[in-house]
Write a protein that binds this ligand. Structure first.
Ligand SMILES: Cc1ncc(COP(=O)(O)O)c(C=O)c1O
Length: 398
């Protein structure tokens, strides 16, 4: 019996393989310091948990509207719109089981076979996987390392646009780079999208994971962008709800209606009781998400101080996400190692510190020579950060 040929085009999140390796190393009796996965070891706020139990006990256990319960769509449209300086209403929101489903549903709605789609590399690997699987042509765009972080190479991006380009995937507050656009960068991107009449997927998974007081920038706020942009929204990171599977697609009504048809064909609807709980608690949940942010900020500061004390590492302090992407080119030279994956395994076995590398976020370009690893600090406590990074330092400097 044959399998579908298209499966050859379907990628995966190789970070999960790193988790499996770390687990197996720990099962052999070694202590593992988990910096590999963007999961969160902080509990979901108690007001959300309590409201969820209440609605579950209140018989909110059946199917609900495929688009999501109106109360949540309504409250979310105001929350997302007001935080981005635009107006949305209930017709602009369709609830999803997580943030990820918006990626394939956006592509299935806006892309035809043979269309070219721009996506970030390094970037979240599901973009490329879904573009390929659905018969599109993935066109990567890259970032330049700067003194303060990473910036999109706008001129290269411009030169890769053709008359077959139909969509642009943009992940401001980016995984894995923690890159955040300046207003100039964002305006240049918006100009390119408008000039070339592109659909835009704004992956806002980390929009709420920001550590400075400045108001966030959103591409939908730039004139001409709201009508061509679909926001990938998720509760996963903001309220430590990764396993609850709840998010939304937010954008122009005509796209939202098409995405809702995929909901009917796919999951039917998203858990009813969770939606009611979020509708009830969202407006009063800021103190809870601020607590989560403050814990993450402490971890970030500790990681930065520990990493920057290691000879050969100089990583800037990002203002968003919970990832660090240090350049370890000179560290690898000092360890006489030129294979990133071999370096990762050696580090795991010598120190127990488990992390992903640049290679887990897309295929490196031919002319790419610098080497990077990605550390996530969302799933590890301060005492383990301290212990693990001290062991890593000792191993690197030995
Ligand atoms: C950039 C980015 N987009 C989307 C997602 C998916 O979010 P969710 O877990 O809510 O589906 C993730 C998850 O890590 C992510 O890093």
């Amino acid at each position: 019996m044959k399998l579908n040929k298209k499966l050859n085009q379907l990628g995966t999140e190789t970070a999960f393989a790193v988790s499996a390796e770390a687990k197996s190393w720990s099962e052999k009796g070694h202590k593992v310091f988990p910096f590999h996965l963007g999961d969160i070891n902080i509990m979901t706020p108690e007001n959300i948990r309590e409201a969820t139990i209440k609605y579950l006990n209140d018989k909110k256990n059946g199917y609900c509207d495929s688009k999501g319960v109106p109360e949540l769509r309504d409250v979310l449209s105001h929350d997302v719109g007001s935080k981005r300086g635009v107006r949305y209403n209930i017709d602009n929101v369709v609830i999803q089981p997580g943030g990820k489903p918006t990626i394939w549903k956006f592509l299935a709605t806006t892309m035809n076979e043979g269309d070219e789609v721009l996506y970030p590399n390094p970037g979240y690997p599901i973009y490329e996987s879904q573009i390929r699987y659905q018969g599109g042509i993935p066109i990567p765009y890259s970032y330049d390392e700067t003194e303060t972080g990473f910036a999109i190479d706008i001129e290269k991006l411009r030169s890769s646009i053709t008359n077959r380009t139909t969509a642009f995937i943009y992940n401001n507050y980016q995984n894995p780079l923690s890159a955040s656009s300046s207003i100039d960068e964002m305006e240049a991107l918006a100009e390119l999208a408008i000039e070339n009449d592109l659909w835009v997927l704004s992956d806002d998974a980390y929009y709420e994971i920001r550590y400075n007081d400045e108001s966030p920038l959103s591409i939908v706020n730039i004139p001409g962008m709201k009508e061509r942009t679909i926001i990938l929204y998720t509760f996963s990171k903001r309220f430590a709800m990764t396993g609850w599977r709840i998010g939304a697609s937010i954008g122009p009504k005509k796209i939202i209606e098409q995405i809702a048809r995929f909901n009917v064909n796919d999951e039917s609807c998203t858990n009813h009781f969770i939606q009611h709980a979020l509708a009830e608690t969202l407006e009063d949940s800021s103190p809870y998400s601020e607590k989560i942010l403050s814990e993450l900020k402490d971890r970030r500061d500790l990681c930065i101080a520990s990493l920057n004390s290691i000879e050969g590492i100089n990583v800037p302090k990002p203002d968003s996400t919970f990832y660090l992407f240090p350049n370890i080119t000179s560290v690898m030279e000092s360890k006489d190692c030129n294979d990133l994956d071999a370096f990762r395994i050696k580090a795991l076995k010598a120190t127990g510190v488990s992390f992903c590398t640049r290679n887990h976020f897309g295929k490196p370009k031919n002319n790419e020579t610098d080497q990077y690893i990605r550390l996530a600090y969302s799933g590890i406590n301060n005492s383990d950060i301290k212990e693990g990074l001290a062991l890593l330092k000792a191993w690197i400097e030995e």
